[in-house]
Design a protein around this ligand. Sequence first.
Ligand code: GDP
Length: 295
Amino acid sequence: MFETLTERLQGAFKKFGSRGIVTEEDLDQALREVRMAMLEADVNFRVVREFTQRVREKALGAEVLRSLTPAQQVIDIVHQELVDMLGGEAPKLATASRPPTVIMLVGLQGSGKTTSAAKLANLLKKQRLRPLLAACDIYRPAAVDQLVTLARALDVPIHEEGTSVGPAVIAQNALEKAKRMGATHLIVDTAGRLHIDEDMMNEVAELRRLLQPEEVLFVADAMAGQDAVNAAKEFHERVGTTGLILTKMDGDARGGAALSIRAVTGVPVKFIGVGEKADALEPFYPDRLASRILG
Ligand code: GDP
């Protein structure tokens, strides 16, 4: 992911060469190329427009710092704007004042919800916390079994009641169990559908009301392009999400959707999935991703 974008951005900045001063004309030419590169990488067009406008204003307003070449200075501004676009600081998970902290994972089928639930439990366990998983995705065939298998492999406790009881009942029982066993976190895998529909939204909203979670994380498949961005936006507007998990960041998509999802939804990316294995979930650091993109 991002290889082409990185190459194109480097190409845009190379044109500054070793010239002492970047003129307004040089800057505009470079920004035209940056704009094209970002659009081709599938970054949302509004996000691209605002991004290049901000870089332009800052670059023209900037004092030329002696220690930097002007090209470096422009690249530094682009870097900072990328970091801002990606959310600035690395976001933390909210914590309940009294445990367990409840984390609901929501999203479309196939986005990587069930896998991410297990990965998140694994991450918390490694921090010596005590998560309990709850299998509330009773609609996708085998989702419950999948989570049970993953939980066993990771040696993380799980609450499941098969697929014949409603998710609200399972979730409430899981919450009680989490309290009884002194779990620090309850991670709830909820139902995903192929498309957003009323039933799904109502069910997620009901679970949210019942559980009063500290976090509602929308799991978005970074390979799904702008569809993932739109789904994240819709979920946020209708249910209220507190963060995003971007999965399949190890894939070969152009990556622009992943870059614009924070700016479009206003919701911070908290974790990224970088593989199928249980340890392939990382906290999201905007600064590191910006550095990687600029190469
Ligand atoms: P769900 O329907 O949302 O619960 O989706 P699953 O958790 O079953 O994931 C769907 C597929 O995506 C599975 O084959 C996962 O192994 C795969 N997957 C999930 N996250 C990642 C990731 O970060 N990288 C890669 N390469 N595959 C992932």
